[in-house]
Design a protein around this ligand. Sequence first.
Ligand code: PLP
Length: 225
Amino acid sequence: MSVPDLAERLDSVRERIAAAVVRGGHGQTVRIVAVTKTFGAETVRAAWENGVRDVGENRVQEALRKMDAVELPVTWHLIGHLQRNKVAALNRFDLVHSLDSPRLADAVNVLGSQRGRPVEALLQVSIVGEETKGGYDVSGVAAEAKRLAGMSGIRLKGVMTMAPLEADDGLLRQVFQGARRARDLLAAAGHPATELSMGMSNDFEIAVEEGATIVRLGTVLFGAR
Ligand SMILES: *Cc1c(COP(=O)(O)O)cnc(C)c1O
């Protein structure tokens, strides 16, 4: 993709986000995580040259290859499912959005404890109970919030959610409001949970209206994969 085209797309997305913040009334700051999966290192560099500092990848191996090729101080986000035997890869990421099970949390906690610096993570929540999406359902969040409060190897900064692809506006709002409540529940349990990672290319404006602090955008910036 040519850099001028990306600059225009970013401008337009930033304007749409700013308008959605005003409509939603939450007054939050919104970070764009540029999702570069399936694109090469040159796409990461183009994003960087246009002021993007946060980049998201959903597969560990693909991400590590790009990190080695790019050599820029990018803030790297892991947004896809992580297998427990690959937690060591989190040493290369700044924030993992996809803490999606108690067993993964245990493995991440071991990593953070052993290295002496907690892993920054978001709890992935599944609000409408789609089994394929993974993550904690609403009833599981409270129990896990309490358990995670005792883990010095994890610093829980908020929640991430994905809405169903075919959701109408009403369902989207239900999902995003549910995620916001889950985030507030973590905060009430003593976690430094300020982040709400929700909103992709097709639903980010509604997510921002509902309080998203991080939007994860691929297609709207880089075109179809
Ligand atoms: C691919 C992906 C995105 C970006 O999707 P787009 O619709 O292309 O913006 C966001 N979040 C996750 C978890 C993804 O896997």
